[in-house]
Design a binder for this molecule. Structure first.
Ligand SMILES: Nc1ncnc2c1ncn2[C@@H]1O[C@H](COP(=O)(O)OP(=O)(O)OP(=O)(O)O)[C@@H](O)[C@H]1O
Ligand SMILES: [Mg+2]
Length: 592
């Protein structure tokens, strides 16, 4: 038990330390932040002076020169109000400025970091979760900086400053008040929370009973077919009865709460006033002082009540920051902007896998590539075939350096892959992936992804080479046709041809096609295959295909099974081995 508590405390300390790293992003604006803080303290202090002068105002009614005194005090009050108004304005503006600038740089830093993280990171995390880091967590920080922090400081000043002023006015009455008000307020806060949680439970129960209705009506066919009407009636009856029971119990708590507020809160006020009037009678307190005393007590009570919420918010913000900082601590890929769209002039596109073994980091005991030795000579066309799950797409990921092999080496032009700058090496390859992903913009934007500075002429030429121009031309908006989210407004075959055009534009030394014609009917397949054949001339091509007819002309066909190289050779050579895997795959397809 003690150990557990220790652990939790430690965690909190650590979280707080991590949250402090946020300071790096505030630092450039720290002067503005400090000024805002000063204004905040000033305006809170002015707030605190207010009840004091209100009390003086009341007391002035008892003096001889009422009018002159009242005017003086009213003037002071007016000055305080105006000063507070001005200071508050600048406080809000400064805090918003600092917050927005900080959050913008934090958002940028997070996104910049996130997009540079290596592939295994994205395998382990869900997109929705990462997205909420950037949106929800950072919005939480926004609220914390603009509102919660100010509240926190204001409440601290009001609680401690207020108590100090009260002690100065009348220590006796202050102690009396402190014995009652904070206790009542805290009980009210926690009682209120308890009730809120309770009504949530009721809502959950109601939701469950609604589910019964919804499901049984949707599945009425099954209910009736299995003659289960009476069973469902009983189930619904039990559920709704239990809802009523819980809700009624909650009603009792709610009733108790309102009794408590009447008795506790108003009782506390009456008690303080009663005690105060006694002190007035004894000549220890002025009426105005009691007046301001009651207002201060209200302020203090309100601040104590609000403190619980502020504290909860700050805790949430620290948690959010901690998770954000954890992402920012992950190691990035070594990418550089200057190399991201450059060509390597003498790059030939020789590929060699040397005794390479690989398993995905998330599944350490499943060897996906097993001691693979394979050489792909520059300018040749090599087909990778084999059963589903053999590791073909994994080889593509390895070529693109998405993952590091656990052993063995991958060489490009005889040089280990890791000796090349990462962005530069990736830029020498183009992939038409197994499932084409298009961004939500226009066809033009999607094609230009392969070459951001492509001219209209180049775009058109690439589209023609990919056999995509014929359908692009038919759209009224041509290249500026919107493709819809993820490209849903294009057919599968059209999407694939846009992806091919993108690869054409990139004009890479190494072309990788992973099932590039899988989504096509025979006619479009013929069109796309034609485009691909044209595209493959003069460059190293790695072609993955299930339909073996499409790779019959490859310079070499490599048959993979369970991550191992089973056979390789030309179509004729492989067909000659009647017991071979290729032969059996091929005859299966031919027969069907
Ligand atoms: N991101 C991943 N994390 C863990 N395991 C993976 C991952 N991707 C693929 N695998 C596993 O690796 C093995 C090889 O998958 P791969 O996608 O390379 O097969 P493939 O030969 O391309 O199959 P297909 O012809 O069906 O596309 C499979 O067993 C698969 O379950
Ligand atoms: Mg695959």
């Amino acid at each position: 038990m003690a150990k557990q508590r220790e652990g939790r405390q430690k965690l909190k300390k650590g979280s707080f330390k991590k949250a402090l790293r946020l300071y790096k992003y505030i630092k450039p604006y720290r002067a503005e932040f400090a000024l805002g803080l000063l204004f905040l303290i000033l305006s809170s202090a002015a707030n605190l002076a207010f009840p004091k002068y209100l009390g003086d105002l009341v007391d002035a009614a008892n003096t001889d020169d009422i009018v002159a005194n009242i005017e003086n005090i009213a003037l002071i009050l007016l000055v305080i109000l105006v000063a507070q108004a001005i200071v508050s304005f600048f406080r809000v503006v400064l805090f918003v400025n600092v917050t927005e600038k900080t959050l913008a740089s934090l958002r940028q830093a997070t996104y910049q970091h996130l997009i540079k993280l290596p592939m295994p990171f994205f395998n382990a995390k869900r997109v929705g979760e990462l997205n909420s880091r950037i949106s929800a967590d950072i919005s939480l920080l926004q609220e914390t900086f603009t509102t919660t922090l100010a509240e926190f400081i204001r409440q601290l000043i009001i609680i401690f400053g207020g108590i100090a002023i009260l002690l100065y006015t009348s220590p006796q009455l202050t102690l009396f008040m402190l014995a009652i008000v904070p206790v009542v307020v805290l009980i009210a806060v926690f009682f209120g929370r308890f009730i809120r949680k309770y009504s949530k439970d009721v809502q959950n129960e109601v939701a469950q009973s609604n589910t019964i209705v919804e499901e049984t009506l949707q599945g009425i066919f099954n209910v009736k077919a299995f003659a289960n009407e009476f069973l469902e009636i009983a189930r619904y009856r039990t559920k709704t009865n239990s809802v009523a029971k819980i809700a009624m119990k909650g009603g009792k708590y709610r009733g108790a709460f309102s009794s408590f507020i009447i008795l506790g809160l108003f009782g506390a006020i009456v008690a303080v006033i009663w005690r105060g009037v006694n002190l007035i009678a004894a000549g220890d307190l002025a009426i105005g002082e009691l007046f301001s005393f009651v207002i201060y007590s209200g302020f203090i009570g309100g601040s104590i009540g609000g403190f619980a919420n502020v504290y909860a918010n700050i805790q949430k913000a620290i948690g959010a920051t901690e998770e954000l900082m954890e992402i920012l601590e992950e190691e990035e890929e070594n990418l550089s902007e200057t190399e991201s769209h450059q060509n390597l002039p003498d790059f030939k596109g020789d590929i060699q896998f040397k005794n390479l073994s690989f398993h995905y980091p998330t599944r350490p005991d499943q060897k996906v590539i097993d001691a693979l030795n394979l050489e792909i000579k520059s300018g040749t066309q090599v087909a990778l075939v084999g059963p589903s799950g053999a590791g073909k797409s994994t080889l593509v990921s390895l070529l693109l350096q998405f993952y590091k092999p656990q052993s063995g080496t991958l060489l490009f032009d005889g040089k280990p892959a890791q000796d090349y700058p990462l962005s530069l090496l990736r830029n020498q390859m183009a992939v038409v992936p197994q499932d084409v992903f298009l961004f939500g913009g226009t066809i033009r934007e999607n094609m230009a992804y392969g070459k951001p500075d492509a001219t209209d002429e180049e775009l058109k030429e690439a589209a023609q080479k990919a056999n995509a121009w014929e359908f692009i031309e038919k759209f009224p908006e041509g290249l500026d046709t919107l493709v819809g989210e993820r490209g849903v407004q294009l057919s599968g075959g059209q999407r694939q041809r846009v992806a091919i055009a993108r690869a054409v534009l990139k004009d890479p030394a190494i072309l990788i096609l992973d099932e590039a014609t899988s989504a096509l009917d025979s006619e479009s397949e013929r069109l796309v295959q034609e485009a691909l054949d044209r595209l493959m001339v003069g460059r190293t091509s790695v072609v993955i295909a299930h339909r073996l007819a499409t790779v019959r002309n490859a310079d070499e066909i490599v048959v993979l099974e369970n991550g191992k190289l089973r056979e390789k050779g030309t179509h004729q050579e492989l067909m000659a081995d009647e017991n071979g895997l290729y032969h059996s795959l091929s005859s299966l397809q031919f027969n069907s």
